[in-house]
Design a protein around this ligand. Structure first.
Ligand SMILES: Nc1ncnc2c1ncn2[C@@H]1O[C@H](COP(=O)(O)OP(=O)(O)OP(=O)(O)O)[C@@H](O)[C@H]1O
Length: 521
């Protein structure tokens, strides 16, 4: 609030000077269509979407005509009831409400607007001698008042000022959202050829406004790359809003992305802007875009095409300008072929793409990453370095960071040894004793031979085989469900359903595994 007031008081002296000039000059026809004070005062030149509510037809009509000639988008109505039904359907930047109208007064209309949390700046139009009422209207949330009769130049000036306040409020909301959603920007560590290529691509794509698709396994640094693009772009000081489609329940994705109107579904108790509106003017990072439900994909395509969107439950179309960066750990082309992802959307977001290689394909970066993430006082045993260099890092850099963090907690005297590493890394490459006699494990899953043995044994139910296989793949993926689902060739939601099913019945995994091992021996 303090910020608005300071800003307004600085601007108002300029405005009053300009408004005086406007009053003197608005009779000159050549000047009429120039929105001069927006340019001169550094304000946005875009037209104001204005709602005029006044029962006095002559003054309402002449105000509307003037504002239309100035290039604004004006709707005028003669009653508060009409205004209310319009406001439920359409978005306006500014409303000018006459205080005294038959039926619902301007003050009551303001009250309704406040109650319903409608996103509009309201200016009260007051008759002579009703300044006190105007002041109480401002206490109720009106941003300004104009005494009747007012000059048309004054009307436009007040509307500009209200719109400026509207934009500042929006910016304020965006900044709050940005502060609460973003993490500190991480430095892109790595000197391998592939990371240098990624850095080169970041420099190339950052200056454009085109969408970027970042592809790579989980934990390879897709969000780090997205942040680096935003930091190097013209949107660096604008909102950077992130959303993870996989982390949202399917029924909330639409409202989170596009916003909703009050009452549009159970629980929608107030109107809420979506992340596209919050990111307006900046960047929206859509993580795990491959998880976006098919039904919502046309809506995303629409925003990408012309920036237009509708909140859930609203007929009012809004425009946003958002730079989209999307990321996925799935093979999106394969998802298109499987009918899970729209082809037109795929081509739209895949204009510029960056592929992040998994850590196992750029082992040259390991030392640099260790140096970056390991506190200086710790020292790594040479066997640990060897183990790190041979391990396959399915969880990529995220896994490396976690392993280093764990090791610093377990280490004695700042010396990290093999004992401080998880077994699967310390003993990576060693054949598990249970499977030593035959190569039962192939690529992290049960071999055909083992399957055949299980299938031939009437004690094993089909579900047991599925369960052993799923658990085995999940363990190999370090519990990473997205990775496990990919390896299993099923959708992640199906994996969740399977795990729920397994958890909901008495555990037979151990005994089944033991039986598998026995049958192999
Ligand atoms: N090249 C890199 N330099 C420095 N830190 C990195 C790098 N790559 C990844 N990280 C770090 O690894 C962790 C995981 O990175 P990030 O969240 O960007 O991965 P992601 O690919 O987006 O993962 P997911 O697909 O699971 O969302 C973060 O802590 C990030 O800071």
């Amino acid at each position: 609030m303090a910020r608005f007031e300071l800003y307004n008081s600085r601007l108002s002296s300029q405005f009053y000077r300009l408004a005086r000039w406007e009053r003197r000059s608005h009779c000159r026809p050549s000047q009429i269509n120039r929105p001069f004070h927006t340019r001169d005062a550094g304000m946005s030149e875009s037209p104001i979407k204005l709602l005029l509510v006044d029962d006095e037809q002559d003054s309402r009509r002449s105000s509307a005509r003037w504002m239309l000639r100035k290039g604004h988008d004006v709707t005028d109505v003669e009653s508060a009831a009409e205004a209310m039904s319009l406001l439920e359907r359409e978005h306006f930047d500014v409303g000018v409400f006459d205080m005294n109208m038959p039926g619902m007064s301007g003050l009551e209309l303001l009250q309704r607007v406040q109650q319903d949390n409608i996103d509009i700046e309201v200016i009260m139009l007051t008759g002579q001698g009703t300044v006190e009422t105007a002041v109480s209207a401002m206490k109720m949330g009106a941003c300004d008042f104009i005494s009747k009769p007012c000059s048309l130049g004054d009307l436009e000036f007040h509307c500009f000022r209200a719109r400026e306040r509207h934009e500042l409020k929006k910016e304020n909301k965006q900044l709050k959202a940005v502060i609460s959603r973003t993490r500190p920007v991480a430095k892109l560590v790595g000197q391998s050829k592939s990371i240098r290529e990624v850095a080169r691509m970041i420099d190339k794509v950052a200056p454009t406004t085109k969408p970027v698709l970042i592809q790579g396994e989980s934990g390879t640094g897709k969000e780090v790359v997205a942040q680096a693009i935003q930091q190097a772009s013209q949107f660096a000081d604008k909102p950077f809003v992130t959303v993870n489609c996989a982390a949202l329940p399917e029924n909330l994705v639409e409202s989170e992305l596009f916003g909703h109107q009050k009452g549009s579904f159970t629980g929608a108790t107030a109107e809420k802007p979506g992340l596209f509106e919050i990111a307006d003017g900046g960047t929206l990072f859509i993580d795990e875009i491959g998880e976006l439900p098919l039904a919502l994909q046309p809506k995303l395509l629409r925003v990408l095409e012309d920036g237009s969107l509708r909140r859930v439950g609203s007929h009012c179309e809004r425009k946003v300008k958002v730079r989209i960066i999307a990321a996925t750990n799935r093979n999106l082309k394969a998802e298109v072929d499987a009918g899970n992802f729209r082809e037109d959307l795929y081509y739209r977001i895949n204009v510029l793409s960056i592929n992040l290689p998994p850590l196992r394909d750029r082992m040259g970066d390991i030392d640099g990453l260790i140096e970056h993430f390991l506190p200086k006082s710790y020292h790594l045993d040479s066997c640990v370095r060897d183990a790190f260099a041979t391990y396959s890092w399915p969880g990529n850099i995220r896994q490396l960071i976690n392993v280093l963090e764990r090791a610093t907690i377990l280490a004695d005297q700042f010396e990290i040894s093999l004992d401080d590493l998880p077994d699967e890394i310390a003993h990576f490459g060693e054949i598990p004793p249970a499977f030593a006699s035959g190569s039962s494990m192939v690529g992290g899953a049960l071999s055909l031979e083992t399957f055949q043995r299980m299938l031939g044994d009437p004690q094993f139910k089909l579900d047991d085989i599925v369960r052993v296989h799923v658990m085995e793949v999940l363990a190999r993926e370090d519990g990473n469900k997205a990775g496990a689902a990919r390896k299993l060739g099923i959708h992640r939601r199906k994996l969740y359903r399977l795990l729920d099913r397994f958890n909901g019945r008495p555990s037979v995994v151990k005994t089944t595994e033991e039986r598998v091992c026995e049958s192999i021996r």
